[in-house]
Design a protein around this ligand. Structure first.
Ligand SMILES: Nc1ncnc2c1ncn2[C@@H]1O[C@H](COP(=O)(O)OP(=O)(O)OP(=O)(O)O)[C@@H](O)[C@H]1O
Ligand SMILES: Cc1ncc(CO)c(N)n1
Length: 274
């Protein structure tokens, strides 16, 4: 059994963060462990509170995992502060384990999950360690300091992020204005690039889509899939989970992690060569 860990925030509402990650790991047959960086009081309507965990206790959680488990992959989500980022980066920097960095910044309702002062720490300490970085468009804009309004801008942003040391970047197009497709753009540091196009699902239930996508990617990488294939399989997983969304709660409901186990139908994910 492959063992993975997620270093992220807890979502009491169960649709994003640590909870989404562990559910995804379970569905994809990897053993999920976790390091909780912050608690959020959260539901489908929004975040009503954030309580960061003491940095020394985050460090302790990471140590507990590293001293006992041979991890096959690590993912990071909500990291909240530059102190947390620095400690985690120093603990994992010499490990030869694939690292998937989901640079979580803002919840769907607009609440801050990363302090402004932490952006530079993300850039300096964590990005150089990332096997795959999975920003959405607003996150890519913040990390590069440049507005993204076209495919050319996406390409420039990816080049900047690769220069900062990431091996591969998936810029997720969930926030792009396209009524027909949800397209994600993939760039490798060796120049290889492609995009993945799926039918855009007309739903309000998209809470935790980013967490679920990066957790699926982490699981597929841990299972030994080549990076390119792992990215495509993760896109299929999230497409399935959004297509069969769960209408839970009164706001932005979660995606359906069970859909994969039930082998539910999805529209095609088309890979387009650049
Ligand atoms: N309505 C939709 N229909 C189909 N796919 C979608 C839709 N919205 C997002 N996606 C896909 O979901 C994945 C996550 O992208 P998104 O841009 O929503 O991430 P995110 O903003 O980080 O999510 P969150 O912060 O809510 O966890 C991407 O593969 C994206 O293309
Ligand atoms: C804890 C947590 N992590 C990530 C997200 C982004 O979806 C969220 N809403 N909550």
């Amino acid at each position: 059994m492959r063992i993975v860990t997620t270093i992220a925030g807890s979502d009491s509402g169960g649709g994003a963060g640590i909870q989404a990650d562990l559910k995804t790991f379970q569905e994809l047959d990897v053993f999920g462990t976790s390091v909780i960086t912050a608690l959020t009081a959260q539901n489908t309507l929004g975040v009503s509170g954030v309580l960061p965990i003491e940095v020394s206790f985050i460090e302790k959680q990471v140590l507990a995992l590293l001293e006992d488990f041979p991890l096959s992959a690590i993912k990071t989500g909500m990291l909240f502060s530059s102190k947390i980022i620095q400690v985690i980066a120093s603990q994992i920097k010499d490990l030869e384990i694939p690292l998937i960095v989901d640079p979580v910044m803002i919840a769907k309702g607009g609440e801050n999950l990363l302090q402004q002062e932490a952006i530079e720490a993300l850039r300096i300490y964590l990005l150089p360690l990332a096997t795959v970085l999975t920003p959405n468009i607003p996150e890519a804009e913040v990390l590069t300091g440049k507005k993204i309004e076209s495919i050319a801008d996406i390409k420039h942003a990816a080049e900047t992020l690769i220069r900062l040391g990431v091996q591969c970047v998936v810029i997720k197009g969930g926030h792009l204005v396209d009524e027909k497709y949800a397209t994600d753009y993939v760039f490798f540091n060796n120049g290889r690039t492609f995009s993945m196009q799926a039918k855009r699902i007309n739903t309000k239930n998209t809470h935790g889509t980013g967490c679920t996508f990066s957790a699926a990617l982490t699981a597929f990488i841990a299972q030994g899939l080549p990076l390119e294939q792992a990215i495509i399989e993760a896109k299929k997983f999230i497409q399935m989970a959004i297509t069969h969304d769960l209408n839970i709660g009164n706001g932005h409901g979660p995606t359906n992690h069970f859909a994969y186990r039930k082998n539910m139908e999805i529209s095609e994910v088309t890979v387009l060569e650049a």
